[in-house]
Design a protein. Structure first.
Length: 207
């Protein structure tokens, strides 16, 4: 059997052969190019999703970020009993890792200012959580109202409910005399104080 070259084919057959050969080269090229193109498209989609996810995440603080500092800040509001409260401090700094957390220096809280149920709470340090409206005070906390005066290590005031609680030791003088306890709570509109844990009292006899 003798192999035929392109030149040995008749002119019509030679044209058909050339078209077939070009078509074969095109098919071979597409077999390589199409999978590569599909892979490139998938890679682009994955990269786009990853970029969008990264940009959607909350901004984290960087080492060079400067904290937001306020001098003599003043926060005002009302609890769910309608009593107004005023929170002041010597300074306030927003936490660089959590902007809803405000670190206070020498905070002082006045509840129902000028009213018959006025209560004042102050300490050396504090943290105000704007998200849930809770104020933490620590280091030399003092609680005072018209009838009571107490010193404690720490206190937590809920600006929404107006309640004050503490798990540290507390001591001071109330309407009936001196009181010491391991934990406490102030409820209602301040008319109810509950003491728990090793409560010791010294009642004063009114003459």
């Amino acid at each position: 059997m003798t192999a035929l070259s392109d030149s040995s084919l008749p002119e019509p057959r030679r044209a058909d052969f050339e078209r077939w050969r070009r078509r074969s080269r095109l098919i071979r090229t597409l077999r390589i190019a199409l999978p590569a193109l599909i892979a490139l498209i998938f890679a682009g989609l994955i990269g786009s999703v990853a970029w969008s996810t990264f940009n959607a995440q909350p901004r984290t603080a960087r080492a060079g970020d400067e904290p937001i500092r306020l001098i003599n800040p003043r926060f005002v509001g009302r609890d769910d009993k309608g009593r107004a409260f005023v929170l002041t401090a010597d300074s306030a700094i927003r936490d660089r890792l959590d902007y809803s957390r405000v670190i206070l220096r020498k905070p002082a809280l006045v509840l129902d200012e000028g009213g018959p149920e006025q209560m004042r709470i102050n300490g050396a340090d504090g943290v105000f959580h704007e998200q849930n409206g809770k104020l933490e005070l620590s280091n030399g906390v003092r609680i005072e109202d018209a009838k009571n005066s107490f010193n404690t290590a720490a206190s937590l005031f809920d600006t929404k409910t107006g309640e004050v609680v503490g798990s540290g030791p507390i001591q001071g003088a109330g309407g009936l005399g001196e009181i010491r306890a391991e934990s406490y709570g102030v409820y209602g509109k301040g008319e109810t104080m509950v003491f728990k844990g090793g409560v010791k009292t010294r009642l004063e006899t009114k003459k």
